[in-house]
Design a protein around this ligand. Structure first.
Ligand code: NDP
Length: 276
């Protein structure tokens, strides 16, 4: 029998993360580590699946992780290293969105901390724990598109094919500065922290294709949109089931374990590469 592939999914206790977990666990070739901020919620979801599919206990494990806290990320890395040593795939799924149209600096910070900064921090701290030819799959969003920008200069900067990690962080700083000074509109930014957090993370993933460690390890790096899925996060009117929302991330999990230059660092929607 082939060894099981180890997949880490952040925020796997509910929504799309749970959908990806349920899909993978039925395939018999994966072991999943749920990286969740609430051990209670994670344990409930784990028990539900173990009973539903009559799984052996070791097919799903849990480690506490709050991606908004550097301390928690460090503890997670430590515990993962001790218990599992290495993983085949990291799926960055956890994120937040505020429900209202309210927009201010505090909301931007609340959203950026997990959706951009925490996701980047976990990604970079987890690279040493990935096997050679492993994968990093990030759940971005189709709303993280340059179409939400109202400045040609910003569009040009985000679309620059040679954009670097530092450039992406500079854009994140600029947006926050312009929100703080209430000059964001005149600088071509929308009043939408979640949209910009997703544009930043989609763009960051592109830059990871040229990260030295990613190249050295021959890792595949992707970002994707699950579609508009009926979860606690989605606004009313979402159309897809959680099972359907899991399909594009699972498609990326199942891509051959070999870097395809046409796919590397790209954004996928409906299982196809799309422009941002
Ligand atoms: P949900 O709100 O249903 O689930 C979000 C998950 O992320 C929960 O498990 C939540 O944990 C976890 N989470 C949030 N913050 C943290 C944190 N700081 N540390 C650890 N875990 C955290 O959202 P969805 O399932 O809809 O979203 C999943 C991903 O899909 C997100 O990246 C989202 O942006 C993206 N997406 C969703 C779309 C949709 O239509 N639903 C469309 C496009 C993209 P807890 O239960 O403890 O709150």
């Amino acid at each position: 029998m082939q060894a099981l592939k180890t997949v880490v999914i952040t925020g796997a206790n509910k929504g799309i993360g749970f959908g990806i977990l349920e899909n993978l666990i039925q395939k018999q070739s994966y072991k999943v580590i749920m990286a969740c901020r609430s051990l209670d919620l994670a344990q409930k979801s784990r028990t539900q699946l173990i009973e539903k599919y009559n799984l052996s206990q070791d097919r799903i494990d849990i480690i506490e992780l709050d991606i908004s806290s550097s301390d928690s990320i460090d503890k997670f890395i430590q515990e993962f290293t001790t218990r599992f040593h290495q993983a085949d795939i990291l799926i960055n799924n956890a994120a937040v969105a505020v429900k209202s149209d309210d927009f201010n600096f505090e909301i931007v910070q609340y959203t950026f901390t997990p959706n951009f900064y925490g996701t980047v921090e976990l990604t970079e701290k987890f690279i040493p724990l990935l096997v050679q030819n492993g994968k990093i799959i990030t759940i971005g969003s189709s709303v993280g598109n340059t179409k939400i920008l109202e400045s040609d200069d910003l569009v040009k900067r985000f679309k620059n094919p040679n954009i670097t990690r530092d450039d992406v962080f500079k854009l994140a700083d600029e947006f926050q500065e312009h929100v703080k000074n209430n000059t964001y509109a005149q600088n071509g930014w929308p009043s939408w922290g979640y949209g910009i957090s997703k544009l930043l993370i989609n763009t960051y993933v592109k830059t990871t294709a040229s990260n030295a460690d990613v190249k050295q390890k021959n890792l595949q790096v992707y970002t994707c949109c699950p579609g508009w899925v009926k979860t606690d996060m989605a606004a009313e009117g979402a159309v897809l089931t959680i099972e359907q929302g899991a399909l594009t991330p699972v498609y990326l999990v199942e891509l051959q374990f070999e870097v395809n230059p046409a796919y590397q660092g790209q954004f996928f929607y409906l299982q196809k590469v799309q422009e941002l």
